[in-house]
Design a protein around this ligand. Sequence first.
Ligand SMILES: [Zn+2]
Length: 131
Amino acid sequence: MKDILLKFRNEIRINSKVGEFEELLNVIEKTIDNLHLQKPTHPLYESPQKERNEDKYGTLGSNQCICCMKPMKEGETLMVHMNTDWLAVRNDISEQDTVSLTGADSQGSFEIGNSCAKKMLKEFIHNNIIK
Ligand SMILES: [Zn+2]
């Protein structure tokens, strides 16, 4: 849905100088974000570079971004909590409450690089979790 909006937005940028459309798109985007926030889970961002990076770096087991498979950079500490349906769990939901609130067990937390974390709503990112 967001991809479609982004495409639509770029089309409008190219074809129009009227700010009204931008305004309307911002409202729609905000509404979609709010709808997502009412849900306990959100699909994990998957980088288009993931497969290429996996070939390049392999599966390191740790210190690797789950979205793009790039090694984590020095000082990067963000994590994403996933359930067994492979959906990101909202960060106000504890591991114990994961089953009852998301319908699937906790699968623990995974490292996510800063740039990939920006592709997710911040409510689905943890600043730091004990590994
Ligand atoms: Zn990444």
